[in-house]
Design a protein around this ligand. Structure first.
Ligand code: BGC
Length: 479
């Protein structure tokens, strides 16, 4: 399909405009799916104080409210494969858009706390669906040339979402000093983006591959005719899909019992586990709180993490092809290990001082620098690469199963970090958790060395045949 974009750019004619419009829609919806993931993920950092004033939650209650998003994400990711098959890709996106919109609107009405929590669970559910369906829909509908960069683009949109909500929440809290006014407006920001996604999804074409799966060849042909340029291309594509469906044995969950699959699944699971155990979401969720423990408040404390995170996801898009996945993961883990140690030492030197005016400038400077470099280390490596590798290593017939399971693992460990980071600091001292995360960085490097393949510059088919030929995991990417 790579040729289609080329053709549409080089040939004029009426179908050309139509083609571009649809591709634009597809990319916009993908962007919105990632953006909403980020808006809900990043919501907590600069709203926690406002939520606290309205609902009086305390540290543990705040953590639980934050983390329930992950529980919803797990359930959403678990069921999204079923939704994708039964409802279709388009209607699943509409469903996610509906949940995003209605649940942020209900939250904006500041209901009783259990209802607010249920809404956050539901938002997580929608994030779980979106994070599965959007990439799937894209890979089935968008031209191949867009497909390649989607992994990194999706991550970029997540980080933009985290950034946007961090900025809007800061300013909302500063402009509307009454928390009973500020908090609803914070939710309304998410609702606005959600409504755009909800209504926008109706205008999407259904995935031609799903239509073919359901035996609706005529409908698939209609969609392809609006996306592609000539009758020949449409017929070619229909045949390709038909062949793919025939050879896709549609492996169910039973595939995990096949040795070669189990092996690569375990690698993906551990990779996603480490993506969370290096501690990123402690920073995404609680950086303002943690900076506060070190006596730092204000815009720097509130906006440094989301800004650095977003900016350094841009170079990752190129580096992942230039330097390769594994090298980036090594660099990221090393950078994060050193900076987590530095942050821990900064907190250790602050000791038990609680009066901010008594905390000297040096540990603050060390902490701030360490956090900036740490976020750089994650954004340029583990952020996008863990997802990219998991979308590459599974054999075609088990890709859905593999990605569902690894996504669930990602959310499970994300939930663990979100739900326990602050109380861990309270129980074991502020420095302790940084050493724990530094330790996980070391373990991740050992894991990389022995088990993770370099998947740069090798076709997915070659990877698959290496896997089935019994090559060691770390050699899967060798020709
Ligand atoms: C992770 C999220 C994290 C985000 C930060 C993603 O790759 O899976 O848990 O919040 O990156 O940018």
């Amino acid at each position: 399909m790579a040729g289609h974009i080329h053709m549409s750019a080089s040939t004029g004619g009426s179908t050309n405009g139509e083609y571009k419009k649809i591709v634009l829609w597809i990319c916009t919806i993908a962007a919105l799916g990632g953006l909403l993931f980020g808006l809900d993920q990043g919501f907590i950092a600069n709203s926690l104080e406002t939520i606290e004033k309205v609902y009086h939650l305390g540290v543990e209650g705040g953590e639980q409210y934050a983390a329930i998003l992950a529980t919803g994400g797990i359930v959403g990711a678990l069921l999204s494969g079923i939704f994708a098959r039964l409802l279709g890709r388009k209607r699943s996106l509409i469903l996610a858009g509906f949940l995003f919109s209605s649940l942020s609107i209900i939250s904006a009405m500041l209901p009783a706390f259990p209802i607010l929590s249920a809404c956050r669970f539901g938002l997580g559910f929608a994030v779980g669906i979106a994070s599965f369906i959007v990439p799937l829909y894209l890979s089935e509908t968008a031209p191949a040339s867009v497909r390649g960069s989607m992994g990194a683009l999706f991550q970029l949109m997540i980080t933009i979402g985290i950034f946007v909500i961090a900025v809007t929440n800061v300013f909302i809290a500063r402009i509307f000093l009454d928390p009973l006014v500020a908090l609803p407006i914070m939710f309304v920001v998410i609702a606005v983006f959600s409504l755009v996604m909800f209504f926008g999804s109706f205008a999407l074409p259904e995935s031609p591959r799903w239509l073919m799966l359901k035996g609706r060849r005529a409908d698939a042909e209609k969609v392809l005719t609006t996306v592609l340029n000539s009758k020949e291309e449409v017929q070619q594509e229909l045949n390709d899909i038909e062949n793919a469906i025939k050879s896709d044995k549609g492996a169910g969950i039973g595939i995990v019992f096949k040795g070669y699959f189990f092996k690569v699944l375990l690698m993906g699971v551990i990779l996603q586990m480490f993506q969370q155990l290096v501690g990123i979401n402690m920073m995404i969720y609680y950086a303002p709180t943690i900076f506060g423990y070190a006596g730092m408040k204000g815009l720097v404390a509130m906006l440094t993490v989301p800004t650095v995170n977003m900016l350094f996801t841009f170079p990752a898009i190129k580096l992942v092809e230039k330097w390769g996945r594994k090298k980036l993961l090594y660099i990221g883990a090393t950078v994060m290990m050193i900076t987590m140690l530095a942050a821990g030492l900064a907190f250790a030197s602050i000791g038990g001082i609680t009066d901010p005016s008594q905390i000297s400038g040096l540990p603050k400077a060390v902490l701030l620098t360490a956090v900036i470099i740490y976020i750089f280390g994650f954004a340029v490596s583990w952020g996008p690469v863990a997802w990219i590798v998991c979308s590459e290593v599974f054999p075609l017939e088990g890709r859905e199963v593999g990605m569902t399971i690894t996504t669930i693992v990602n959310w499970t460990f994300a939930g663990l970090v979100m739900g326990n980071a602050l109380s861990f600091m309270r129980m074991h001292g502020n420095a302790s958790i940084f050493y724990v995360f530094a330790g996980f960085c070391v373990l991740s490097m050992i894991f990389l060395k022995f088990f993770v393949p370099e998947t740069k510059g090798i076709t997915l088919e070659q990877l698959e045949s290496n896997l089935k030929a019994g090559k060691a995991l770390k050699d899967l990417g060798n020709h």
